[in-house]
Design a protein around this ligand. Structure first.
Ligand code: HEC
Length: 239
């Protein structure tokens, strides 16, 4: 699929590039997609949590976004943005913040089509809800420094890394009492600035005796729902 997108991007790029640089003053507009109607909505959902006004690269208006257009295309095609901070396929994670294939196509087609502004009247009236906003909030059930054995059963809904500095790579697994290894998350180029919780698709049930361990020295919290309060206190005392 990525290959297809690249091919698509390449074909679309070639034609306008032969005529004019994509950032030239008199762009040839070859797309119906516009910043106002299409891109602003995707950015509100996917980018503004980090690229809001006041950030080092604000992307909150057409004027702010336009100079970054070509860079934006590269960042989303290579899936460097939005940064994910984990290795895909390790652990059963919800990728609630990643761009969908369709969103990547829309952004790419908009940039190669000349990145037109469109009619500002079609801008969203209010900010769409950020992804995850409608999900029940999680809280720390237990905070672990690198390795801990559970004395009580725990159902985990997510993992919140709590490192002091960016993490190059760290793999967190649960070793179940029966010997099975349950992968939780493999952090990769994770930046604590992002304040991210990695949510699991399904609750992960960890029986007593489970050892939760990171391959590198790392502080992290296992997340649960509000309802699990009493157990959480007990567990952190048990450590
Ligand atoms: C979790 C935070 C986060 C999210 C979400 C995010 N970014 Fe970024 N982005 C960053 C950080 C951090 C940088 C590095 C520059 C900086 O320090 O501000 C960056 C840099 C960039 C750059 C410049 C890259 C370069 O070095 O040339 C572009 C373009 C960009 N982001 C586009 C996007 C777009 C488009 C989205 C949404 C689809 C997005 N980003 C979502 C954090 C984020």
């Amino acid at each position: 699929m990525l290959k297809e997108v690249r091919k698509f991007a390449f074909t679309c790029l070639l034609v306008p590039m032969l005529v004019a640089s994509p950032l030239a003053a008199h762009d040839i507009i070859t797309t119906n997609l516009t910043y106002s109607r299409d891109i602003s909505r995707i950015f509100a959902r996917r980018c503004l949590s980090c690229h809001g006004s006041g950030s080092s690269i604000p992307l909150t208006s057409y004027e702010e976004t336009r100079p970054w257009a070509v860079d934006i295309k590269e960042q989303v095609l290579s899936r460097s943005m939005p940064p994910w901070g984990a290795v895909k396929g390790f652990g059963n994670l919800l990728s609630d913040r990643a761009l969908t294939q369709e969103e990547i196509m829309i952004i790419t087609a908009w940039v190669v089509g000349g990145a037109p502004q469109g009619d500002p009247a079609t801008l969203p009236k209010q900010q769409p809800e950020a992804p995850g906003a409608s999900m029940s909030p999680l809280r720390d059930a237990i905070t672990i420094t690198t390795r801990a054995a559970l004395r009580e059963p725990l159902t985990v809904l997510g993992l919140r890394p709590l490192p002091d500095k960016p993490v190059a790579s760290a793999r967190v697994v649960a070793q179940l009492p029966d010997g099975r290894i349950q992968p939780l998350v493999w952090l990769y180029r994770f930046d604590p600035k992002w304040k991210r919780v990695f949510r699991f698709r399904e609750p992960v049930r960890l029986p007593p005796g489970t050892v939760v361990e990171s391959s590198e020295s790392l502080r992290f919290a296992l997340e649960t729902t509000q309802a699990d309060d009493s157990r959480a206190t007990e567990l952190s005392r048990a450590r």
